[in-house]
Design a protein around this ligand. Structure first.
Ligand code: CA
Length: 538
């Protein structure tokens, strides 16, 4: 029935599907997006996984190391590093020994991305369309999260660092599946910008306004809380200000390092979600890293620090003999924030954070798993943050994914563990070009903005930049435009999305349009849900 519905919806006409993709599209459940089946890869992956489990006696551990506002091009292995005056040897080594994704997608900003990673659902479904700021209500309270499911399956779970998926009691990490949380609830600039005389002299030097912000209802502390603890003074560590902010990442690194060491002797598998403070604006490097980058700018010094901290965690895994049983994912939550230049990151693509142009949502993504993921692979196969949820669940043996809601993520185990294809393999079944994901759907707040299939990206709604009325123009400064006929870009020919092929390549419009149509049709049964959108909270 489900298959027929997808075919009726015209995702790909059956004949075309057979011809183009060798019949590998799988329409397997009404509440799931279509997946690309690669039966050979999956069989080989399941065999490797079974052998590993036999050796270790447990399911694999997961380390997610997620940076903040670091662009696609910042790491050396993506063209940055020395080019940016900020070498990243640890990230580069990880990519050289693992899988470097060139088409890994987040959402346009922090909270929508992080909530998507936690739920396997696009923002238009989990409802966090924009980051909740300064105590603004709204969060993950109604969602089923990855750590909740892993926890039920016997995992030890920790969230460290930046959360930003809601500050209410029901949405904080220690109440959303994590055994313990050490970090802050919001985002770095919420704790510092109004304290900094350089950016906000009108607040710093006006006691009335300064006190008003001080008394605003959002937690200003570094938090250390066990599951169930909330709103008690004992969980509040130091207040975050212009001095204490400098050392947060180092403290969080110490905590994660200790956790990894502690788990070495445990028979429980674990999930460590480590969200860094760096390199979100504004960056205040600790003394140890101040001026350590060749560029000498705060963003760059902190990027060097983030690389160093990741190196420490990696070494700890190595020293404690856990590398073979730990899947590592290093990424960033969105493209560069350009309103904060020069404290901002880099992308070779069009647009920046806040937009659905490639610059806003295409981010670095490195997977590493010693002995399991082939070293030195790179792939342009599509990977979306929502895929983490079903992929990790499948690896952990969690089978009871929610049935009462739509899950956009697809299980990417087969793709991640696939071996490089022999020369001459058709691209449709070569893991260098294809993953388990058919398409990436980009939403600009509550509007369907674009869909990417292969190298083609059909853009219907997008952000156009305003340059005359902003201090430093960027992705949040523009206005939304709806293109009359849509723009169609070939990202291989035109990574910057500057030359639309819509009329010259009309044959693609019905094909890509049918994928879009099927996606939109899912909202008939599973309507959009909006919780946080700009200044509005629903
Ligand atoms: Ca971010």
């Amino acid at each position: 029935m489900a298959e027929q519905q997808w075919r009726d919806a015209g995702v790909i006409p059956p004949d075309e599907g057979e011809r183009i993709l060798g019949g590998i599209i799988d329409y397997y459940a009404e509440n799931r997006g279509p997946r690309l089946m690669h039966p050979d890869w999956l069989e080989a992956a399941e065999k490797k996984l079974a052998e590993l489990e036999k050796r270790t006696g447990k399911k694999p551990n997961f380390l997610v190391y997620i940076l903040d506002d670091v662009g696609w091009g910042d790491f050396g292995c993506y063209g940055g590093g020395h080019l940016r005056g900020a070498p990243t040897p640890n990230f580069d080594r990880l990519a050289a020994d693992g899988l470097r994704l060139t088409s890994c997608y987040s959402q346009p900003s922090c909270s929508p991305s992080r909530a998507t990673l936690m739920t396997g659902r696009l923002p238009i479904r989990h409802g966090i369309l924009t980051p909740p700021m300064y105590g603004q209500p709204g969060g993950l309270q109604d969602e089923v999260t990855l750590p909740e499911l892993l926890s039920k399956a016997g995992y030890a779970t920790r969230a460290v660092g930046k959360w930003h998926c809601g500050e209410n009691a029901e949405s904080v990490p220690q109440n959303k599946g994590f055994d313990e949380f050490y970090g802050f609830y919001g985002v770095s600039d919420m704790y510092t910008e109004w304290r900094d005389n350089y950016f906000y002299p009108e607040i710093v030097n006006d006691p009335l306004i300064f006190n008003a912000v001080m008394n605003a209802k959002f937690n200003k502390h570094n938090i250390l809380a066990k599951a169930g603890q909330f709103d008690t003074p004992e969980i509040e560590q130091e207040e975050i200000d212009l001095e204490t902010v400098k050392d947060l990442d180092e403290k969080w690194a110490d905590y994660s390092e200790k956790f990894i060491r502690m788990m070495a002797g445990s028979n429980k598998p674990w999930f460590l979600y480590h969200g860094t403070r760096g390199c979100h604006f504004d960056n205040y490097p600790p003394d140890k890293f101040k001026g350590k980058s060749r560029a000498k700018y705060p963003f760059h010094d902190v990027l060097v620090e983030m690389d160093d901290i990741f190196g420490r965690l990696f070494t700890t895994l190595e020293e404690t003999g856990q590398l073979e049983n730990t899947l590592i994912f290093v990424t960033s939550d969105n493209g560069p924030e350009m309103e904060s230049w020069p404290d901002s990151s880099y992308t070779p693509f069009r647009g920046s954070k806040g937009t659905t142009w490639e610059g806003g949502i295409r981010i670095p993504g490195i997977f590493f798993w010693k002995g399991m993921i082939e070293a030195g692979r790179a792939s342009d196969g599509l990977f979306d943050f929502c895929d983490i949820f079903p992929t990790f669940c499948a690896l952990a043996g969690v089978e009871d994914l929610p049935q009462d809601r739509f899950i956009d993520g697809v299980d990417q185990r087969a793709f991640l563990l696939a071996e490089s294809a022999p020369e001459g393999t058709h691209w449709a079944v070569d893991p260098a070009w294809m993953s388990n994901r058919l398409a990436v759907h980009a939403w600009l707040l509550d509007q369907h903005s674009a869909v990417r299939v292969g190298p083609w990206k059909l853009v219907l709604v997008a952000t156009e930049m305003d340059h005359r009325d902003t201090v430093t123009p960027g992705g949040f400064s523009g206005h939304t435009v709806k293109y009359t006929y849509g723009k169609n870009f070939n990202l291989f020919l035109d990574p910057k999305e500057e030359h639309s092929f819509t009329i010259r390549k009309l044959v693609y419009i019905p094909l890509i349009g049918s994928v879009q149509g099927a996606h939109l049709k899912t909202f008939h049964k599973y309507p959009p849900r909006i919780q946080v959108k700009g200044g509005e909270t629903v």
